[in-house]
Write a protein that binds this ligand. Structure first.
Ligand SMILES: [Zn+2]
Ligand SMILES: [Zn+2]
Length: 245
C-alpha cells in the first residue's frame, strides 16, 4: 500500500494521475466531494476533471469501498453504483469482490428506489457471499455474481430453506443469471458477469417484488475493456464495439 510520503513525491513530480479517469492531478483549493464516500473536505489535489478521493477512501480495501459507495449512493440504477466501485484501485479486475458488488449495488439501488432496506441488509448479503471462492465459475460450475443476484432476492423476501415462493424465486434468479453468464462464453470476465446478473435481477425486482429499480442499456457500456488483457472484444455485448447497430 502506498504511504503518504510516496504519494506526495509522485504529486510533486507530476507523475500522479486520477485513479478514476487517469487524468493528471492539479493543485486545488476549497472543499471537494469524495468520489466514493461523498464526504466534503478541503482538498490539496483534484484531477483536471474534478475527481477527488479522500484519504480514507484512497487507502480503503475493496470491500470497504463496496460498503462506502453503496451507503452514499442515490442512484436507482445498480450499474451506476457498480461502475463507481469498479474504478477504485483496490477493486481487482477479476475476483470474488464482484460477487459482493452485484449484491451491494442491487440492494443499494433498491433502497434508493424506495425499498425499506439499510446497510445491515447489504452487510448480511456480503457475509453470505464471502465464502464463495475465486474462480468458482469454472471450479464449481456456478458464478458468484449469479449467486449475488439470488442472495438479494433472499435478503429482500426473507427466504429460507423452509420458504415456498420466496425460496423458488431466489433460486430462479440465480439460475437465470447463471444461464445468461454461461451463454456469454469465456474466459471469465467478472465485469460481464456482473452486468449480466444485473440485467437478470432488475426485471425480477421490478416485476416480481415490486421495487422500481431501473437499468440503463448496458450494451456497449463497459468502461473497463482496455484494462482486461483477456477481453472478448466485439464478441462481448458490453464491449463498446460489441454494440449491435
Ligand atoms: Zn479524474
Ligand atoms: Zn471518501
Amino acid at each position: 500500500m502506498e504511504d503518504k510520503g510516496d504519494l506526495l513525491s509522485r504529486l510533486t513530480s507530476g507523475e500522479a494521475s486520477c485513479p478514476i479517469c487517469g487524468a493528471p492531478l492539479k493543485p486545488a483549493s476549497g472543499e471537494w466531494e469524495c468520489y466514493y464516500c461523498g464526504k466534503r473536505e478541503p482538498a490539496d489535489f483534484v484531477c483536471i476533471n474534478g475527481h477527488y478521493v479522500c484519504e480514507e477512501c484512497r487507502l480503503a480495501s475493496g470491500e470497504e469501498i463496496v460498503l462506502k459507495v453503496a451507503s452514499r449512493s442515490s442512484e436507482a440504477d445498480p450499474s451506476l453504483i457498480a461502475d463507481r466501485i469498479f474504478t477504485h484501485p483496490a477493486v481487482d479486475l477479476f475476483g470474488p469482490i464482484h460477487h459482493l458488488v452485484v449484491a451491494a449495488s442491487l440492494l443499494a439501488a433498491a433502497k434508493n428506489a424506495g425499498a425499506e432496506l439499510s446497510l445491515s441488509h447489504i452487510k448480511r448479503a456480503i457475509a453470505r457471499l464471502k465464502p464463495i471462492p475465486y474462480a468458482a465459475c469454472g471450479l464449481l460450475g456456478v458464478c458468484g455474481a449469479a449467486i449475488g443476484a439470488g442472495v438479494i432476492v433472499s435478503v429482500i423476501t426473507g427466504a429460507t430453506h423452509k420458504s415456498d415462493r420466496e425460496r423458488s424465486l431466489a433460486m430462479e434468479t440465480t439460475a437465470s443469471a447463471l444461464k445468461r453468464i454461461a451463454g456469454l462464453g469465456g474466459p471469465r470476465c467478472c465485469k460481464a458477469s456482473v452486468y449480466a446478473s444485473l440485467e437478470v435481477a432488475v426485471p425480477i425486482l421490478r416485476e416480481e417484488i415490486g421495487i422500481p429499480v431501473v437499468l440503463r442499456d448496458l450494451e456497449g457500456a463497459c468502461m473497463f475493456s482496455e484494462r482486461n488483457g483477456e477481453c472478448w472484444g466485439e464478441r462481448c455485448p458490453y464491449h463498446p464495439r460489441g454494440r449491435t447497430a
